[in-house]
Design a protein around this ligand. Structure first.
Ligand code: UDP
Length: 313
């Protein structure tokens, strides 16, 4: 099989590092670029000794694209804070990496005639007014709310990607990633699954923002990576939802954690997060049809794998 050369921004982040693993193991040449703002070098430590892996510590928004003169098969743009806590802490950086950063990565892809993939998000749907979100839904986003730095940043990024596709015929892909979890998520990254596991490991009550009746659908990282690889191989340029359609309330998730840990931890109700979407569930009909893909790992098994990872750290 033909080996590929791949540039991944955000390659030492949670999703990016799993992609680096996949491609390096496959024998491809991987250039990983990351400023480590919300990620850890440790995520790619195991790859640093591989001769087909190159790590560059840099903020892509300050990258001079003209200095990169490589021919990449794929340019994958995964750099961005992604946890609400992180993007509330780094609002300007979040907007910049999804605007300036996206443009710079697109320019690299254009120069080297690469396939370009933009990691977008279910947050483009905002606080959805329909129970299950398909790709045709335009969303319900507060453009000036606290979450807007991420939501609007990603929406702008999608618009920029489509503009490059339409104007320059660049082979672009957009994936809208729904809540994903698994090994290498920082235990203190603020998202619900690592937060619950952290509290369970410390015998603390599980923090629930708001009434806990809001829903999310959680996809295990291995399923997501399989979906991303498939997206790269098909001839389709419009956004594709990737996520697990099994939907849970946050209270149901907390109960699952208690069951797995076999502990009665109790819940601590806290004020709701600003503009917190009430429901989120992907319609993955398109992904099923185009990719012949659907998640295989259910929440309970995925949580057990994730907990084992944290226990082994
Ligand atoms: N949440 C919670 N407790 C936590 C962290 C999050 O109840 O310790 C809630 C949060 O308000 C949201 C859902 O869990 O409704 C998912 O939050 P997360 O930060 O994981 O991701 P989001 O889907 O909001 O990007």
């Amino acid at each position: 099989m033909n080996k590929k050369k791949i540039l991944i921004s955000g390659g030492s982040g949670f999703i990016g590092s799993h992609l680096c693993d996949f491609f390096v193991k496959n024998g491809d040449i991987v250039w990983c670029i990351d400023n480590l703002i919300t990620s850890k070098r440790k995520n790619v430590e195991n790859l640093l000794k591989e001769k087909n892996f190159i790590f560059i510590e840099k903020d892509i928004t300050y990258l001079n694209e003209d200095e990169i003169d490589e021919k990449f098969d794929y340019v994958l743009h995964f750099a961005s804070p992604a946890s609400p806590c992180d993007y509330l802490k780094y609002p300007i950086e979040t907007l910049r990496v999804n605007s300036i950063g996206t443009e710079k990565m697109l320019n690299i892809a254009l120069k080297s005639k690469s396939t370009f993939l933009f990691s977008s998000t279910s947050e483009v749907y905002g606080d959805p007014l329909i129970p299950v979100q398909n790709e045709e839904y335009w969303g319900n986003v507060n453009p000036i709310g606290l979450r807007s730095v991420y939501d609007e940043g990603k929406r702008y990024g999608e618009a920029m990607v489509m503009a490059y596709h339409r104007k320059y015929k660049l082979n672009t892909k957009i994936i809208r990633i729904f809540n994903t979890y698994g090994p290498r998520m920082r235990l203190n990254d603020g998202r619900v699954i690592p937060n619950f596991i952290y509290n369970a490991l410390n015998n603390q009550p599980l923090p629930i923002y708001g009434d806990g009746k809001q829903t999310r659908s959680f996809c295990y990282i291995d399923d997501l990576i399989e979906g991303i690889i498939k997206v790269l191989e098909i001839d389709y340029n419009l956004p594709i939802n990737l996520g697990n359609p099994e939907e849970f309330t946050i209270i149901e998730l907390a109960e699952k954690i208690e069951k797995i840990f076999e502990k009665k931890l109790g819940f601590k109700f806290l004020p709701p997060m600003p503009d917190d979407p009430r429901k989120r569930r992907p319609d993955i009909t398109l992904a099923k049809k185009l990719l012949n893909w659907e998640p295989k790992i259910n929440l309970e098994n995925g949580l057990k794998k994730t907990i084992s990872y944290y226990l082994s750290c």
